[in-house]
Design a protein around this ligand. Structure first.
Ligand code: IPE
Ligand code: MG
Length: 176
């Protein structure tokens, strides 16, 4: 029997639109219910002592959705961050957001930074929300930051220093 405890679950959120259309509701209602489902997943992971939960909330392809839908998703992201940060902080949850933040509005980036710094010292569950995350972008930003560090510290950009320092620059570096 395999008794290894489950360490990390990642969920790709999908089907919000289909959930709504089956009920003859607008897609936005599906997205709202998707947020509620995400909150239940966070609570369930906490209750089951699963230390890492990753939710794929918004992909780089999602920018191609109709403008109204993107706006609604941004609205829900704001509501989630405003409404849940204090609760996560209280429940000893550490929040990380991975992905390319540059296309998000300044106030959203601020909400993310605020939530991350408020929960930085938390030692309970690790909640990671992937927003505009892509492996290719992660490798590229890690390469750029590793090269910058090498230059600043006068280190040779060689294989040895890549092996030692490069993984630490990946946004996923401290996730099992
Ligand atoms: C997931 O549901 C929500 C996001 C990607 C933001 P979808 O919007 O992809 O729902 P379906 O796939 O159209 O049902
Ligand atoms: Mg879909």
């Amino acid at each position: 029997m395999n008794t290894k405890p489950l360490k990390h679950i990642a969920v790709i959120m999908d089907g919000n639109g289909r959930w709504a259309s089956r009920r003859k509701l607008p897609r936005t209602m599906g997205h709202r219910q998707g947020v509620e489902a995400a909150k239940r997943a966070v609570e369930a992971a906490g209750n089951l002592d699963i230390p890492y939960l990753t939710l794929f909330g918004f992909s780089s392809e999602n920018w191609n959705r109709p403008e109204d839908e993107v706006n609604e998703l941004m609205h829900l992201l704001r509501l989630y961050l405003r409404g849940e940060t204090a609760e996560l902080a209280r429940n000893n949850v550490r929040l990380r957001v991975i992905g390319d933040r540059t296309p998000f509005a300044d106030d959203i980036v601020e909400l993310i930074e605020n939530a991350e710094s408020l929960t930085l010292g938390n030692t309970g569950m690790n909640l990671t929300i992937a927003l505009n995350y892509g492996g290719r972008h992660d490798i590229l930003q890690a390469a750029a930051n590793w090269a910058k560090m090498c230059q600043e510290k006068g280190l040779a950009p060689d294989v040895h220093n890549a092996e030692t320092y490069f993984p630490g620059f990946l946004m996923t570096h401290d996730l099992p």
